[in-house]
Ligand binder design. Structure first.
Ligand code: GAL
Length: 704
């Protein structure tokens, strides 16, 4: 339970009860002389900035030595920001330990799988399990909490930064000791561990805890359950660090919400955010859009999943970029209109804060070519004009949208963290498996079909949805299998794919043929996996093309319909896509290959029709426009985002236009011009269809 007085959204210093969008950036004033601070504040006001994240990389400035502290500059900045109406998301500054600490205590430095030390010189060079690091980090967090916990500018605490971005896996002796303790906790005794890890294979049986190690460089494939447990452990170790800092902050300042920035983006990192979401008072996310085709769909997927982690509550976009990043092979700027589109697409999926990395573009250091709100070109620049316009749109055009929630869709797409880890390990039938890509494929199919879907973690309440797609649900513990059975028996329509339901939580094969607990539900048995080599495909009798995977299937239940068969290769004539209807109206569909986009969308449309789910957009807009809906007490807000390079007419859609983007920046107050340009996004107020339809689950609340 949260401590009395803890909050689940920002504590605004001024006019605290007025809902509003947070708008701002990481602010790193220690990189600049004092004279620049004055200009910063003036330009922040001009841009509509109302919050900054301060202190993320300030440890060496705040604590120049083990017993010396320098808070003067931060005191001054906190006061001046407050005086300018700008709130502070104050970081605990523990992300990057200073040189004096790592010199005195090299034992805090992480160790790679091959035994190399990760030296200082960049950032995040600390072991999540180091007791020494923990002691220093908590001392710093405590000092900040004690000093600023009552400061009027303080809106939220920001624990560390992107926990696990560079130090997720650490194979040090500290990690080994903590891993053993974690395993004792999970399995109780060595018998349990030996069973779970299947240690009679290759003579791996353990007779003492001190024999157990992280999966360091080994002669061949490391034990798969050891690998899976080490990933679980690594996620938990960082989560424990989050908890430890959070408790220090809570004790000193119980009324201030605590968050940390997740990285739900790209192919997702190791951290199990489905689990971590329960540890923060509100969810925050960092997202960097991929350049090129598909980038906006991936952004939408990530924002949607972040909304799912937030259980429909407002969430905080902590970082994205105004333009180029500095860490891809080639780093292009954003196209005209993209800055606003990217930001508002996050808002469409429930973000109530739109923030960037960073406020002022650095002059020195590894990120001096990374874009910022205030670029090297200065305020008289296209980027700063776009930034200022976006600040206005959020504060004025969309003011009434702040504090509303995303309207639940009728279909859900379940993303399972443990399965995503398990299918990218070694010693599998194929190294081409990718759970994130498969989920994104299905998400794109929903966008192409013009039907909204909520992306949810496995532990969310997806039972209330009419259609659930759970792709590559490889790790299937008994309770989740029971939930799936109950869902279909209750009339739900389930879709799952190849390599799902194969192993239990110990990574042991479910007995009796694949896919273990889903066999009866699907009415089939997979007799043999037939993964497809890279660059090859298989043709289906409906013209569909499959890649990555195929299965040799025996249909076992008379009611199982075969919707598509393999048309070539060794499996010709065998079932490829099936659907079984169950009494009570539910159904279970199995897709045994990675279907090409067109056929996947056609299949999805058929499944949606079977579930009675129609599109909410007129036929001619489906696939060309993404619709996302937020809802408040008296209105819905329809976000319409272009997915094509052609202008799209939307003038005939219902609702009062609130804003619309065109070319650079926005079409301005009064709304869209009835046409969505490429990368355009428009927002309309529409009367509510169902009063008070709220997300199924409540907000994430940090446990204490
Ligand atoms: C994030 C990080 C920021 C900055 C940004 C650049 O990973 O939190 O500090 O480095 O990337 O894209």
């Amino acid at each position: 339970m949260p401590l009395a007085g803890s909050r689940d959204w920002l504590r605004w210093p001024h006019d605290p009860d007025r809902p509003r969008f947070a708008y701002g950036a990481d602010y790193n004033p220690e990189q600049w002389p004092r004279e620049v601070w004055e200009e910063d504040l003036r330009l922040m006001r001009r841009a509509g900035v109302n919050i900054v994240t301060l202190g993320v990389f300030s440890w060496s400035r705040l604590q120049p030595g083990p017993d010396t502290w320098d808070f003067g500059w931060l005191d001054e900045l906190m006061d001046r920001l407050y005086g300018n109406g700008i709130a502070v998301d104050l970081a605990t500054a523990t992300a990057s330990p200073p040189a004096w600490l790592t010199t005195a205590h090299p034992e805090v430095l992480p160790v790679t799988r091959t035994g190399e030390t990760v030296w200082p010189g960049a950032r995040q060079h600390w072991r999540p399990t180091s007791p020494v690091f923990r002691r220093y980090a908590l001392e710093l967090a405590g000092a900040l909490a004690g000093r600023y916990g009552g400061h009027p500018a303080l809106a939220a605490w920001h624990v560390s930064n992107e926990l696990g971005c560079h130090n997720f896996y650490d194979y040090s002796d500290d990690a080994a000791a903590a891993f053993r303790a974690w395993l004792r906790d999970r399995y109780g005794g060595l018998d349990g561990l030996n069973h779970a890890w299947g240690t009679d294979f290759w003579s791996q049986r353990y007779t003492g805890w001190d024999q157990i190690l992280p999966p360091r460089l080994a002669a061949s494939h490391a034990n798969p359950t050891q690998q899976l447990d080490f990933t679980r452990f690594s996620s938990d170790a960082l989560r424990d660090h989050l908890r430890a800092e959070r408790e220090v902050l809570r004790r000193a300042a119980p009324g201030i919400p605590v968050t940390t920035n997740f990285m739900v983006m790209g192919d997702l990192a190791g951290m199990n955010y489905a689990d971590w979401a329960h540890e923060v008072d509100f969810v925050s996310n960092d997202h960097y859009v991929q350049p090129g085709p598909g980038g906006a769909d991936e952004l939408s997927f990530s924002a949607n999943l972040t909304g799912g982690l937030a259980r429909g509550r407002p969430w905080y976009l902590m970082e994205h970029s105004t333009g180029a990043v500095n860490w891809r092979r080639v780093n292009p700027p954003k196209a005209p209109g993209q800055l606003a589109r990217d930001s508002l697409l996050h808002v469409a999926h429930g973000a109530d804060a739109v923030c960037f990395f960073q406020w002022r573009q650095s002059a020195a250091g590894a990120e001096k070519y990374h874009s910022a709100m205030l670029p090297h070109a200065g305020p008289d620049s296209p980027v700063f004009r776009d930034v200022t316009e976006l600040g206005r749109v959020l504060a004025e055009d969309l003011a009434e949208v702040a504090g509303t929630w995303r309207l639940p869709a009728r279909a859900a797409l379940v993303f399972d963290w443990e399965s995503s880890w398990a299918v990218r390990r070694d010693s599998l039938p194929s190294s081409l498996l990718d759970a994130h890509r498969e989920a994104l494929d299905w998400y794109t199919a929903f966008l192409d079909a013009g039907v909204r879907v909520d992306v949810l973690p496995t532990d969310a309440a997806w039972e209330g949805y009419d259609l659930v797609v759970a792709p590559l649900l490889h790790v299937l513990p008994g309770p989740t299998a029971e939930r799936l059975h109950g869902y279909v028996a209750g009339g739900g329509h389930l879709v799952t794919t190849y390599f799902s339901g194969i192993v239990d939580e110990n990574d042991h094969i479910h007995p009796g043929g694949h896919p273990g607990p889903l066999r009866d539900l699907l009415g089939l048995r997979v007799d043999e996996f037939a993964p497809l080599p890279e660059g090859t495909c298989v043709v289906l009798d409906d013209g569909g093309i499959g890649t990555v995977w195929s299965d040799r299937i025996t249909v076992t239940a008379p009611g199982t319909e075969v919707w598509a068969r393999y048309a070539d290769g060794d499996l010709a004539g065998g079932a490829a896509v099936t659907r079984r209807s169950v009494p009570g109206g539910g159904s279970a569909c199995y897709v045994s290959t990675r279907l090409d986009g067109g056929h996947r969308t056609a299949l999805l449309e058929r499944l949606l029709a079977g579930a009675g789910i129609g599109g909410e957009l007129p036929e001619e807009l489906r696939g060309r426009v993404e619709l996302a809906v937020r809802a408040g007490e008296g209105a819905e807000y329809h976000f319409l985002a272009s997915r094509t390079d052609e202008p799209v007419k939307i003038g005939h859609l219902p609702g009062v236009p609130l804003t619309g983007t065109a070319g650079r920046g926005s079409a301005g107050r009064g709304g869209d011009a009835g046409v969505l340009p490429p990368r355009g996004i428009a927002v309309r107020r529409v009367p509510p269809r169902e009063a008070g339809r709220r997300p199924a689950a409540g907000p994430p609340r940090a446990s204490s």
